[in-house]
Design a protein around this ligand. Structure first.
Ligand SMILES: Cc1cc2nc3c(=O)[nH]c(=O)nc-3n(C[C@H](O)[C@H](O)[C@H](O)COP(=O)(O)OP(=O)(O)OC[C@H]3O[C@@H](n4cnc5c(N)ncnc54)[C@H](O)[C@@H]3O)c2cc1C
Length: 517
């Protein structure tokens, strides 16, 4: 086998395969090294409007036509119905008090529904990763990526001009030489171990753990709790978050009868429930949340339970002169708000830009350094918000208000990109560089992390409204919406000025993107 390549990518999750495809399209020879074998279980399933938009833009820019249909529910069902997928119309949050049945009121003070799309056709998706990742690997191979699975890598030398990776491939010795190494092996992955990179503890998020599996027979929440009003979308056709003090449960339904579900919780809660005991701990958790227990009554695990003992992670280094960690290998915070995909895709987009314009250039390594800084800043910014959300899981009004910081930033970024004006969003996740929103966001998160007194809490609720105002293009936080936010073109028209656009530009954008017909 040829063993010298321009680029070696380690890890064939969606991120590794996508990067491999782009590198091939840019004319590089690429090897993709995977320790396992597809199809295989992988966690991290729920996409978002921004993630899908970046995937769409990458598909267009690098002519990855096979991927394009997978950026929306409608085209996915039309072109790739055999790849498992879930319909995601938005984010559903339901607040639970331990030991009590879920109860809501007319003001929806115990739920928050934020629509991400106006209809099923253009909706986001949950990726059934066993199918999705296998499809991407096949597509990468079709483009000429050399794919080696069951590769057991044990060493790397990046001091050489051409780094050398060593290991075994299906039992036979393997030595791969490459100019550049991309690590797509996830948190605490290959390069982290092989280069002995330091781990940097996050400052705000308490230690957290996760316990998860796939299930069959999970009941629909909206069938168990029909609403007298019409919600902005069916509550279960979404990423459902059951929030409780110290943690939360996700429920993601696929179209193949499987539902992904799991809990992320502070180590205090996880240890009390003894997450290490797997299914028994899951049952103990359900015992404390009667309405969730009802949803899972009769459900059966379809895969072994997985216990992630240490969920969050941040690498002290993200790049060298001839290697780089994708954001998903550089850090992870929590599944809450599904930030993993957009962060990873933003990183892939930036890395693709570097490979496209700086390969072989003197400042290649400088660009990697910039990439590395940006990745770390975005992970740390996200961590602060998620930590603030963990700190307020016992106060759903404040928790919901804080999520609006995310939804305002994400919807503004999505709209700016769709309008062809990404610079309005400063090209940073969560609008970190926005001159007004950025500092206000940081201020609000700081206050929330300090467990504010009652008076400061009121100030904070107002402060969040002020923070989001300049970028609030979907009327978040309006009292009359009672925590239910539809995806409405009228809201975008009303807020066109915040996007430096007029009514007809917004209309043209909505039509071009299929958001209105
Ligand atoms: C519990 C949980 C839930 C999550 N939910 C969401 C969500 O809903 N939405 C979201 O946006 N993000 C979510 N994430 C984050 C999401 O999982 C990641 O962003 C995403 O999986 C990154 O994809 P990837 O391809 O980089 O890595 P992975 O999917 O982790 O793939 C890594 C690949 O590398 C291979 N590999 C590992 N080590 C080696 C090695 N030494 N040699 C060769 N190959 C190796 C693995 O076998 C695997 O195939 C979640 C994460 C967790 C932990």
């Amino acid at each position: 086998m040829k063993n010298a390549f321009d680029i070696a990518i380690i890890g064939s999750g969606f991120a590794g395969s996508l990067t491999a495809m782009i590198a091939r399209k840019l004319g590089h020879s690429v090897v993709l090294l995977e320790k396992g074998k597809h199809p295989r279980f992988a966690i991290g399933e729920s996409s978002t409007p921004l993630a899908n938009l970046i995937l769409e833009e990458l598909s267009d820019r690098y002519d990855l036509r096979a991927l394009r249909p997978l950026t929306k529910w409608g085209t996915w069902q039309q072109h790739q119905p055999t790849i498992g997928c879930g319909l995601k119309r938005g984010f559903s949050f339901l607040h639970h008090e331990q030991g009590r049945a879920f109860a809501d009121d007319a003001g929806h003070r115990h739920q928050l529904l934020v629509a991400a799309s106006p209809n099923d056709r253009v909706a986001d998706t949950h990726w059934y990763r066993a199918d999705f990742d296998a499809f991407l690997v096949d597509e990468a191979r079709k483009l000429g990526v050399v794919y080696l699975d069951e590769a057991d890598l044990w060493g790397i030398d990046v001091e050489q001009k051409r780094p050398i990776i060593q290991g075994r491939h299906r039992g036979a010795p393997l030595e791969v030489h490459a100019e550049f190494i991309v690590d797509a092996t996830g948190p605490r992955g290959f390069l982290h171990g092989a280069l002995e990179l330091p781990e940097v503890p996050f400052k705000n998020l308490p230690p957290t753990q996760a316990l998860f599996s796939h299930f069959t027979g999970v009941k629909r929440w909206d069938a168990l709790h029909p609403s007298p009003d019409v919600p902005p979308y069916p509550v279960d056709d979404a990423a459902v978050h059951h929030v409780f003090d110290g943690g939360w449960i996700w429920v993601l339904r696929f179209n193949n009868g499987v539902t992904s579900a799991g809990a992320a919780a502070t180590s205090r809660v996880a240890n009390e429930l003894r997450f290490a005991e797997g299914e028994r701990a899951w049952q103990r958790l359900l015992e404390t949340l009667p309405s969730v227990r009802e949803q899972f009554a009769g459900a059966k695990p379809a895969a072994p339970f997985i216990h992630a003992r240490q969920l969050s992670f941040l690498s002290g280094y993200t790049a060298g002169s001839n290697w780089v960690l994708l954001p998903s290998a550089a850090g992870f915070i929590d599944p809450l708000l599904s930030t993993g995909f957009p962060l990873t895709l933003l990183g892939i987009e930036r890395l693709a830009g570097i490979l496209e314009t700086k390969w072989g250039a003197k400042d290649f390594a400088d660009e990697l350094f910039q990439y590395s800084m940006q990745t770390t800043i975005e992970l740390v910014t996200t961590e602060r918000l998620i930590a603030a959300l963990y700190a307020t899981m016992d106060d759903f009004e404040l928790f919901s208000a804080l999520t609006l910081l995310y939804f305002a930033a994400a919807s503004y970024t999505e709209s700016a990109r769709r309008l062809g004006q990404p610079e309005l969003a400063g090209n940073t996740f969560l609008l970190g560089e926005h001159p007004v929103f950025g500092p206000r966001f940081r201020y609000c998160v700081d206050i929330a992390l300090q467990k504010p007194t009652r008076a400061r809490r009121e100030d904070l609720l107002q402060g969040i409204q002020q923070a989001i105002e300049p970028v609030n293009v979907i009327e978040l936080g309006r009292a009359e919406r009672r925590n239910w936010y539809p995806a409405s073109s009228e809201d975008l028209f009303a807020n066109a000025g915040k996007l430096q656009a007029n009514h007809s530009q917004i209309e043209a954008m909505l039509k071009r993107c299929g958001l209105i017909i």
